[in-house]
Design a protein around this ligand. Structure first.
Ligand SMILES: [Zn+2]
Length: 429
């Protein structure tokens, strides 16, 4: 049984509340017992002085690559979930592009079984839309749903065949599962390694045009409208793609979407030194896209912030040239400090937006119980020090990988303490 813990004078972050409210928060038996000023310290196992610190609900990441089974040199369920805790993330959703791909009830079951034994936070898994993610034949959706899959996706690849996608969406609707799309038109992407534009011409790197993503977003939305399925568009990177989604939402299509921190913070200009830490798919776009995506996040076009945490070994990322290196960067450990550093601290958006888009909405999409700093909520909590700093050194990382452009950089803000179900999962001195 977890101990009683009392946070004194914490600044509480909530969705829908612009100002942080200062109060004491008492945790008992894994849940929040009371939130009020001046709570007594009698019979409290542990008192944490939290004045000046922000107490927020644990983040929930809808897009994480844990690489198990099959690629555990990059990451595994245990190391990936520890990386999440290190970043203040207390729930994660695994993508199915493992080896073998998670495309059957048996594999869903085995991933959830490993998670149950090896992870200190809830780990959910998606299941493939098509067998082996090959885009040829539908995966057994009913079986994966009953084994516990929470969403369908072929992430890493689009489902190219519209007839197959249509049937998959009909099943997804029937089984009440969101279907998540990695939007890309393969004929347009070819062997591209970065965004097509001024920088790719200058560097002579094969490139992926924005329309590769935008055409697929438009197509998938039309199929969702036709079938009535819940479509979730993953890692949107272009302003025009975002506008297509905005229009569909206004038209009443059941579509949600996510943006990753790196597509807000970085752009194609960062690729100028051929640093493979800026290589991901979909690629970093233009500075104008950064600005417009950020505006879209603030306006609410984006439902969710998700990292697309994509670990790779040093060898794969560093010992290869830009065109040959794999796509993707890690994100679980850097997301919260970077969003604080670049946006919350300068006042671009508030803690309320972060809680709404990185806690409440992703849980809502999966129809999970909500977590908040309110009485009776599960005590999944993060104590964040806005006066602290974080240096993303190799020693800091709990992921097996450290393929992030923020490696060895120091940003403002620090995750001081993380609670999961009332247990202290992390405490930094
Ligand atoms: Zn993807």
């Amino acid at each position: 049984m977890s101990a009683t813990i009392l946070f004194k004078n914490a600044s509480i972050a909530s969705a829908g509340q612009k100002e942080l409210a200062v109060a004491d928060v008492l945790i008992e038996k894994g849940r929040i017992k009371s939130v009020a000023p001046g709570l007594g310290e009698d019979k409290v196992g542990r008192v944490v002085e939290a004045a000046g610190k922000v107490l927020l609900p644990g983040l929930f990441d809808l897009h994480v690559h844990l690489r198990e089974p099959g690629q555990t040199g990059k990451e595994d369920i245990s190391s990936g979930s520890e990386a999440a805790i290190n970043g203040g993330v207390t729930g994660i959703v695994a993508m199915p592009n493992t080896s073998p791909a998670i495309d059957s009830a048996g594999l869903v079951h085995s991933v959830l079984d490993i998670a149950q034994r090896k992870a200190r936070i809830p780990v959910y898994t998606t299941g493939c839309i098509t067998k082996e993610r090959a885009g040829k034949e539908m995966a057994p959706i009913a079986g994966m749903k009953s084994a516990g899959a929470v969403m369908l996706t072929d992430d890493g690849s689009p489902v190219c065949n519209p007839q197959l996608l249509r049937h998959a969406m009909e099943y997804a609707r029937e089984f009440d599962l969101p279907l998540a799309s990695h939007c890309e038109t393969m004929e347009l992407s070819g062997h591209g390694a970065m965004n097509e534009g001024r920088v790719s011409y200058q560097l002579g790197i094969p490139a992926i045009p924005a329309i590769s993503e935008e055409i697929c977003i438009a197509r998938d939305i039309q199929i969702a409208e036709y079938t009535g399925a819940h479509l979730h568009i993953q890692h949107v990177t272009t302003a025009r793609g975002m506008e297509i989604i905005r229009r569909a939402k206004n038209d009443g299509v059941h579509v949600t979407c996510e943006v990753s921190p790196h597509h807000l913070i970085f752009n194609e200009e960062h690729v100028i030194d051929y640093d493979t830490h800026f290589k991901m798919n979909p690629p970093l776009r233009t500075p104008e896209d950064n600005e417009r995506l950020l505006a879209g996040l603030i306006e609410g076009v984006f439902d969710v912030i998700a990292t697309d945490h994509a670990p790779h070994t040093d060898f794969e990322k560093r010992q290869q040239d830009f065109a040959s290196a794999p796509f993707g960067i890690t994100g679980l450990e850097t997301a919260l400090p970077s969003l604080f550093h670049y946006y919350i601290k300068p006042g671009v958006f508030g803690w309320d937006l972060l809680v709404e888009r990185y806690v409440a909405q992703p849980r809502n999409i999966l129809q999970l119980e909500q977590v908040a700093v309110t009485e009776t909520s599960v005590a999944d909590l993060v104590l964040f020090d806005p006066e602290g700093t974080t240096t993303f050194s190799r020693e800091f990382m709990r992921s097996k990988a450290c393929n992030t452009p923020l490696l060895d950089q120091t940003l403002d803000g620090s995750v001081d303490m993380v609670l999961g179900g009332g247990d202290i999962l992390l405490e930094r001195d």
